[in-house]
Design a protein around this ligand. Structure first.
Ligand code: F0G
Length: 351
């Protein structure tokens, strides 16, 4: 049975005698060695950390389990978040399981179907606003100043604490830190959390160095790259459609302290990486997740990674966003249930 991150990494987390060690089986996600892209891109070693294997299908569960455990410990009765979809799915799941009322504020029409379905099924109170994520977060922040409800966006430090455990897992599995970590950047909590995890584990003597943090935003939603708030962020990768990240400064600090880079990739580059992850490596991640691989492809065209060990984070599962493939692939033709017709359709495919 999976122990969950609170149990496994309790010495590095804000766990007290009164913290319930709750779990839905988050963490312990696969670190998958690349079989094809590693060679093609000229990397020494390339791994994908597939966070889509968490209980609600994204990395958010690592942070949410800590935020919810602390909310329960502090006798909170309700939690609230703004979300592009994954945070709301995770909050709704942990809230349901551990008896908290969950309120989620989402940008109307801009969250993937599967994520909305999760919030509905877990029975969260869903508020859909005619606005974007940044406006939703502003509203949620104001509400938590007025009412006794626990904020579970990544400005809640317990979220960052939980999410840093992914860095621990990478080091535990590889025996040391990688040279580079490629990661998508939206509200910028995750890059902050990974950096915190790498630094803490190195300080604890578990790694000899920390990786360069290489973050990627979507080109139409790249405030950190452009060094200005984007009022109307746009991208097919709705999870990272964010124009004013809450952890902006901490992401810049992670970039600079690690001597890394935060750059952006276009929607075309994101979709191309999304397809490659699936067709070459058998990994179905969501578009926002593929920003990490898109970024690696962009950098590998210019830089020599042949003696480098690289980890790319795939932050969520592609199953959440089943509408995306329809944007570039035709549905299969419908044939009669007849052997001869099927055989004919397969001529040249089977022999
Ligand atoms: N990848 C996925 C799949 C996400 O859902 C998010 C963020 C990110 C990457 C970016 O991570 O915000 O820590 O920089 N999703 C948030 C949400 C905003 O509401 O689910 P970040």
């Amino acid at each position: 049975m999976k122990r969950g991150i609170l149990n496994r990494y309790r010495d590095f987390l804000p766990v007290t005698a009164n913290t319930p060690l709750i779990t839905l089986g988050e963490g312990d996600t696969p670190l998958i060695r690349s079989l094809s892209l590693e060679k093609e891109l000229g990397c020494g070693e390339l791994y994908f950390k597939f966070e889509g294997c968490n209980p609600t299908g994204s990395f958010k569960d690592r942070g949410m389990v800590v935020a919810v455990a602390k909310a329960v410990e502090n006798n909170s009765r309700s939690i609230i978040c703004a979300s592009t979809g994954n945070t709301s799915a995770s909050a709704a799941a942990y809230g349901a399981r551990f008896g908290l009322k969950t309120i989620v504020v989402i940008p109307q029409g801009k969250i993937a179907m599967g994520k909305l379905a999760q919030a509905v099924v877990y029975n969260a109170q869903i508020i859909s606003i005619k606005g974007n994520f940044d406006q939703a977060l502003q509203i949620v922040r104001s509400l938590t100043e007025k009412y006794p409800v626990t904020l579970v966006n990544s400005i809640n430090p317990n979220r960052i604490e939980g999410q840093k455990t992914a860095a621990f897992e990478i080091i535990d599995e590889l025996g040391n830190a990688p040279d580079y970590l490629f990661i998508p950047v939206g509200n910028a909590g995750n890059i902050t959390a990974y950096w915190k995890g790498f630094v803490e584990y190195a300080q604890a003597g578990k790694a000899s160095h920390s990786p360069k943090m290489i973050g990627f935003q979507a080109a139409g939603a790249a405030p950190i790259v452009q060094e200005k708030i984007i009022e109307r962020p746009q991208t097919i990768a709705t999870a990272i459609r964010i124009g004013n990240p809450a952890s902006w400064q901490r992401a810049v600090a992670a970039r600079d302290e690690s001597e890394g880079i935060i750059d952006c990739v276009t929607d075309d580059e994101i979709i191309s990486a999304y397809k490659l992850a699936a067709t070459r490596e058998g990994i179905f991640c969501e578009p926002a997740s593929a920003a990490s691989l898109a970024g690696l492809i962009k950098m590998a065209a210019k830089e020599d990674f042949s003696d480098k060990r690289i980890v790319c984070i795939f932050t969520g599962t592609g199953l959440k966003d089943p509408d995306i493939p329809a944007k570039f692939a035709k549905p299969p033709a419908e044939l009669p249930a007849d052997l001869a017709t099927v055989e004919k359709a397969l001529s040249g495919v089977i022999s």
